[in-house]
Design a protein around this ligand. Structure first.
Ligand SMILES: [Fe+2]
Length: 318
């Protein structure tokens, strides 16, 4: 490579690094501003047990949700006699859409009919929209979620909007409804005689490498993290399954352009869907609700059913 070309490559690298740093700074400033407004909104009582939107009903109708079935092959996991079925719901933001309590009831009924072995919840139960009512108490949401009773249990983490509202009270409501809440903690389940670890990280610890590193390695592991930026922390040689939300799939996707922002330090390529890095698999759901504005475009809400298959892991020969 010539010196001129070297200089061009360095120049392009610096330019793209500067753009990324600028975008990150703008996003963090915007996020700090909206968080400050949301704190004022969520400081008021949440007492709407129906999730009505009043004057905003016409603007806040949810698009139809879809059921996304995702086949994941994890090298080194046990070869089960049938797929291990993990139901994954995230970013409910109950009350962000018109008659959302009724909608969540329909969604959880449909989800239970998929007969999952396990339910995982990726956080953001609260509607923190700055306008338009729909202030659904977390106890109402938790009670509906508690009606789904998969045989291996239901495991939940919190999202950034839950922390703004008050993470402790949301965790309390979920536990009261019979769900296990993992706040930088691990739990064990057994499927067909095989132990599986479920690790849940809190939004503010999503970048905490020691938590992910220190959890017992070697066992099949499902990692629940609200923000997919945490995927960068997984070692690529560990056959982990990470489930994330937070991005809402971009919430607004334009034809040909896809998502423009994902409100995360994760690259745009991790905004939605199935991502594979070495032996690690990530699924980022578009979630069910909305934040900032009650509008979705080009990326519908979804119920996710992950079907996990264990496959033989071949050792690399020297
Ligand atoms: Fe969210």
């Amino acid at each position: 490579m010539s010196r001129t070309r070297d200089n061009l490559v360095i120049h392009d690298g610096l330019w793209s690094l500067s753009c990324r740093m600028l975008l990150r700074t703008v996003r963090k400033a915007f996020s700090a501003l909206t968080t400050s407004f949301e704190r004022r909104v969520t400081a008021r009582p949440f007492s709407d047990s129906r999730g009505d939107k009043g004057w905003w009903t016409w603007l806040s109708r949810a698009p139809a949700h879809r059921v996304s079935r995702v086949r994941v092959e994890l090298a080194g996991w046990p070869r089960f006699s049938r797929p291990f079925r993990v139901l994954f719901l995230s970013d409910l933001h109950v009350g962000s859409h018109t008659r959302d309590v009724e909608r969540l009831t329909r969604i959880t009924t449909a989800a239970a009919e998929l007969q999952p072995d396990l339910m995982c919840l990726g956080g953001d139960y609260i509607n923190g929209l700055l306008f338009g009512g729909g202030r659904v108490p977390p106890e109402t949401t938790a009670a509906i979620l508690g009606r789904v009773k998969p045989p291996l249990g239901s495991f939940a983490i919190l999202g950034d909007h839950d922390e703004i509202y008050g993470g402790a009270s949301i965790a309390h409501a979920l536990r009261d409804a019979g769900l296990t809440v993992l706040l930088d903690e691990a739990a064990r389940i057994t499927f067909e005689g095989n132990e599986i670890t479920i690790l849940g990280v809190t939004p503010d610890r999503a970048r905490s490498p020691e938590l992910i590193r220190d959890a017992r390695m070697g066992l099949p592991r499902i990692v629940l993290a609200h923000d997919p930026a945490a995927f960068a922390l997984l070692p690529s040689d560990a056959a982990d399954l990470m489930l994330c939300g937070h991005t809402h799939g971009g919430q607004i996707q334009l034809p040909l352009l896809g998502p423009l922002v994902n409100m995360s330090d994760a690259p745009l390529a991790w905004t939605y869907g199935h991502v594979v890095k070495g032996y690690c698999h990530l699924y980022v759901t578009s979630g069910l609700g909305t934040s900032l504005i009650p509008l979705r475009l080009g990326i519908p809400p979804e119920i996710v059913l992950i079907e996990v298959h264990g496959v033989i892991r071949y050792q690399k020969s020297d």
